[in-house]
Ligand binder design. Structure first.
Ligand SMILES: Cc1cc2nc3c(=O)[nH]c(=O)nc-3n(C[C@H](O)[C@H](O)[C@H](O)COP(=O)(O)OP(=O)(O)OC[C@H]3O[C@@H](n4cnc5c(N)ncnc54)[C@H](O)[C@@H]3O)c2cc1C
Length: 491
């Protein structure tokens, strides 16, 4: 249930004065305090507790953001930056009320694409769907990478959270591909980080690298909007390859999957190696709550390979197939490695929507609840982790969904147990399951990402206390009046 509680800052300034100031900055049509406009910002798909904001505003330029930040600093009014609220961690729920800064509606320009240095400068509202179409039309020789996130989710928000994509097996998490940021700080100053810092004024063509200067971009990465409002972000693009193939590997056993993921990543021949359990594969065929049959394969891996020439592509494919067969032999299994496009002819073309990204993974939206414990994990731990988490789903009589991905040639991997559920009847049970999953995952050194509040409370108790103190000091220095998304990480 969404709670409405009087926000603390109204002790310093009354509602009407705030509303008038917001209208002065953004214009009447871009400000609302009406409950039906505020309600959609008060909750998300997860078990995170909902809260109502007091206002929503729709900025269209940096100057307006500077004004609102200065005003909010003076009266200690919380600002929650928001694009589409699809982070699956309650990260845009306004814990302490205040103003939703919806940068998704009007700050969504592709500011510049630099062809030769292969980067794009984006406003925060640019979505995955929009960027994909833009590049296809204007820069067909370049590509970006896509998450399994919906096409209407923000690229920049996901980059700032270091999300994972269909190129992560080669290039790692999305934050690694940031060249620079433009950010509004809590005192209203606008700062640029990365190589673009060298010019006094904004220029389009000097956003090509993040180092070798002190990495000030890090002050805003994975901070969940708690240290500043990002108004521009340069992301690296990649050359499009001429030859591309996608393959489906069928796998029996938790340990086998761990080994497949790690070893295929280490071939350095794959753009993506992701895997899901076979139950999830069956949802894609329209099975709502599928049964698992005896002797059925446990996992399906999606493997993408590309090459600039046919010879290069074929050589990579040959090597990947050989490594795959060797693992299957080791575990005494039938090696099944199928061309995905041929498989889709059998399964139906609809299945292509799960690999032709960005797209909406409809099976995950079967009910109104969707949550997960997403983490960066050690690939060596995947076997036992998969087993323990699978068993936990069974204990709670919830359908198991397990997602894994090799990252950066298997330097690490993604491990994410996912739960889709009915909020009205299953929320309590799911919250308990989430807690148990987290504890197991922390025991295996998993590093949770896009962390909701309940998760950061647990992590803070278990982690290096000096790390927590440093986190507090940085937040306090960057945001002394606690205006940026206050409450996240308990700060
Ligand atoms: C079905 C489904 C599948 C998904 N699959 C993947 C996947 O494969 N890989 C993956 O990485 N993610 C995945 N996600 C997660 C999700 O899509 C991303 O986290 C998302 O792209 C974030 O964009 P958003 O528009 O939802 O941002 P929001 O939820 O609106 O914001 C996310 C965070 O960024 C902050 N923020 C927003 N704008 C700014 C700004 N201008 N300055 C500072 N902070 C800001 C917010 O305050 C919040 O803390 C998936 C989500 C769903 C629903």
């Amino acid at each position: 249930m969404t709670t409405i509680k009087e926000s603390k800052f109204f002790e310093k300034i009354n509602r009407e004065k705030v509303l008038n100031e917001l209208i002065k900055i953004f214009g009447k049509n871009n400000v609302s305090n009406k409950p039906h406009d505020l309600f959609p910002y008060s909750y998300d798909m997860t078990e995170s507790t909902p809260h109502m904001p007091d206002f929503v505003v729709i900025p269209e330029n940096v100057d307006q953001i500077v004004l609102i930040v200065k005003f909010c600093s003076e009266y200690h009014i919380p600002i929650v930056p928001y694009v589409s609220g699809n982070n699956v961690g309650g990260l845009t729920i306004p814990e302490e009320g205040g103003i939703m800064l919806d940068v998704g509606k009007k700050m969504n320009k592709v500011v510049h694409v630099h062809e030769s240095m292969m980067y794009a400068i984006l406003e925060p509202g640019v979505t995955f769907g929009q960027l994909s179409k833009y590049l296809e039309k204007h820069h067909p020789q370049l590509k970006y990478a896509y998450a399994f996130a919906p096409p209407y989710a923000s690229v920049v928000a996901n980059v700032l959270l270091s999300g994972l994509t269909n190129l992560s097996c080669t290039y790692g998490g999305m934050a690694d591909w940031i060249n620079g940021l433009e950010v509004v700080l809590s005192n209203g100053e606008v700062v640029r980080t990365g190589s673009c810092f060298l010019s006094k004024e904004f220029k389009e063509d000097n956003w090509f690298v993040r180092y070798p200067i002190p990495d000030l971009s890090g002050l805003f990465i994975c901070w969940q909007g708690m240290t500043g409002i990002v108004t521009k972000c340069a992301v690296q693009l990649w050359p499009k390859k001429e030859y591309n193939g996608r393959f489906l590997g069928v796998i029996y056993g938790h340990d086998t999957l761990g080994e497949v993921l790690r070893e295929l990543g280490r071939t350095e021949c794959c753009e993506d190696v992701s895997a899901i359990n076979s139950e999830l594969l069956k949802y894609t065929w329209g099975k709502i709550r599928p049964e698992k049959f005896e002797k059925e394969p446990d996992y399906a891996a999606l493997i993408s390979i590309s090459g600039q020439t046919k010879e290069l592509y074929q050589a990579k494919l040959k090597h990947v197939k050989a490594v795959y067969s060797k693992i299957q032999e080791k575990f005494n299994q039938e090696a099944l490695f199928i061309d995905f496009d041929s498989f889709s002819k059998l399964a139906g073309d609809e299945i292509l929507m799960y690999v032709d990204l960005p797209s909406v993974l409809t099976p995950l939206f079967e009910w109104d609840g969707l949550t997960w414990v997403g983490s960066y994990a050690n690939p060596d731990n995947l076997g036992p982790l998969l087993k323990k988490c699978y068993d936990l789903f069974q204990k709670y009589e919830m359908e198991p969904i397990l997602f894994t991905k090799s990252m950066k040639a298997s330097h690490y991997c993604i491990f994410r147990p996912i739960t889709r559920y009915k909020k009205e009847t299953e929320e309590e049970k799911v919250a308990e399951l989430q807690h148990e999953l987290l504890e197991v995952m922390l025991d295996y050194d998993c590093v949770p990402y896009k962390t909701p509040l309940w998760m950061t409370d647990i992590i803070k108790k278990r982690c290096d206390q000096n790390w927590v103190e440093l986190l507090k000091k940085i937040k306090h220095t960057m945001d002394p009046n606690r205006i940026f998304n206050p409450g996240r990480w308990g700060l």
